[in-house]
Design a protein around this ligand. Sequence first.
Ligand code: ATP
Ligand code: MG
Ligand code: MG
Length: 564
Amino acid sequence: AGRGWAGQPGEGSLHDAAEPDPARIRTRFPPEPNGYLHVGHAKSICLNFGLARDYGGVCHMRFDDTNPEKEDKEYVDSILDAIQWLGFSWDFNGRSHQYQASDYFDFMYRAAELLIERGLAYVDQQTPEEMRINRGTLTEAGKDSPWRARPVEENLRLFREMRDGKHAEGSMILRARIDMASPNINLRDPAIYRIRFAEHHHTGNKWCIYPMYTFAHPIEDALERITHSICTLEFEDQRPFYDWLLGQLRDAGMFSDPLPRQYEFARLNLTYVVTSKRKLMQLVTEKHVDGWDDPRMPTIVGLRRRGYSPGAIQLFCERIGVSKGDSWIDYSILEGALRDDLDEKAPRGMAVLDPVKLRLTNWAELFGADHAEPCSAPVHPHHPEMGQRHFNLGAEVWIEREDFQEVPEKGFRRLFPGNMARLKYGYVIRCTGCEKNVDGQILTVLAEVVPDTKSGTPGADSVKVKGVITWVSASEGVPAEIRLYDRLFKEAQPDAGGRDFLEVINPDAKRVVRTWIEPSVAQAAPGTSFQLERHGYFVADRKDHQPGQPVFNRTTTLKDSWSK
Ligand code: ATP
Ligand code: MG
Ligand code: MG
């Protein structure tokens, strides 16, 4: 091909022939650094990094920055952080495989000239409108551009002039010369380079022409010697061009076999979620949520702050698998994976989310007014090795408002006048009534301790009760802010059928309540997850929680409330 780089083994590759890289499988994850990653990206990450991990290979971390858009360091950092948090790495045999596509601009430019030299590309000066019309339709072949037969020398000269800034944006483009009658519209002389006078965040003003994604991506893959280039289904029709381009560049001596192959899989569509970066951006900039990491957001930072574990997200991706058919995945599958992951790991604790005070009226008489009765409970019911948690019972405790009914409805088993129930891990108590304010609102529930019935003592079973209630000691419980999150959208497919997704935002997706929590829970480090008995899984907020000033997010309830 008359070029120094052509035909030399290893030249058309980032991998030095002298340093053989034994990776058998080489995949890549190629995000554009223009937003935060979301749960759909997680599927792609688990697939690409997971394949590499499982088959003795490496997954390249590649920033696809061929568009001269403003890149934000914030996005780059957050993407790297998200992948590492999910448990993956782009290191292989002690070498980092982090790349950026803009590093290959010289190479892409040479590839374009090579196509021109071989009569496989031409500069087209039709207007965008003419090009669109002449491209034809699904049922109608396209028409050749009047510039299609331009001589090689003229194409080369014009393309270099494009590069040198001699022509206006939109005045001409470089197109591959394939087949205007192809049944695959993507093969009807696709555009491969366009003029854009835009500064690029890495290459500055060096270029005023930029490669099209469909041209750049195969070259990036081939340069990095990717074996499996995995993308979403909408690129299926692009595969013939992918293969055509790399085949031509191989025949020209630029690349050698084996060439990368493209494989497609269904993108993740998750109910009650939007996964378009543009729409997520809109939620943030228009302040429908409190930032990219708002726990209602399906971003990885949002899921993390909500209390999702990397294990849960990996489990979810395993369960939904990889398929060739587009479908919607029910949100309950994501939550199910979360519960399955957390159930075995999360320490337990008690909290009262809707508190009303309960006074034990015979406490002073039985034990002395200030007596604190030590109680204990397993940190985890299936894992004795996780130890016990300790707290005290006193004359006053917080209970859930719903655990008392002055006039009980049928089947109600907890506290009502005359009925007995157990304070979990503590005593059986008998309800004697309540105190109300002038409006009839219940201020305090009244009960008596039934002596010798404490959990874990021989008398525990001497009195049988049907109701067990959770509680937090009024003297040692810690006040906590708890944020109760629900689905962000009221419709399962928020953006279906062209509907404006903002119209179906759920205004009640965040509710903040003042609660009381068990001291052991209040002391948690930010990011720690708990199962608060009967209420669900909660996480100490990564940003706002401080030991002693607890702020928790409800990650999910204990039972599935999504599927009808
Ligand atoms: P958007 O269309 O919202 O801008 P994108 O797909 O362009 O998102 P990229 O940063 O280009 O975002 O995506 C990086 C990788 O993640 C791509 O390889 C893409 O296939 C994959 N990906 C993006 N969204 C999903 C999804 N919903 N399901 C599976 N994979 C996805
Ligand atoms: Mg993209
Ligand atoms: Mg996209």
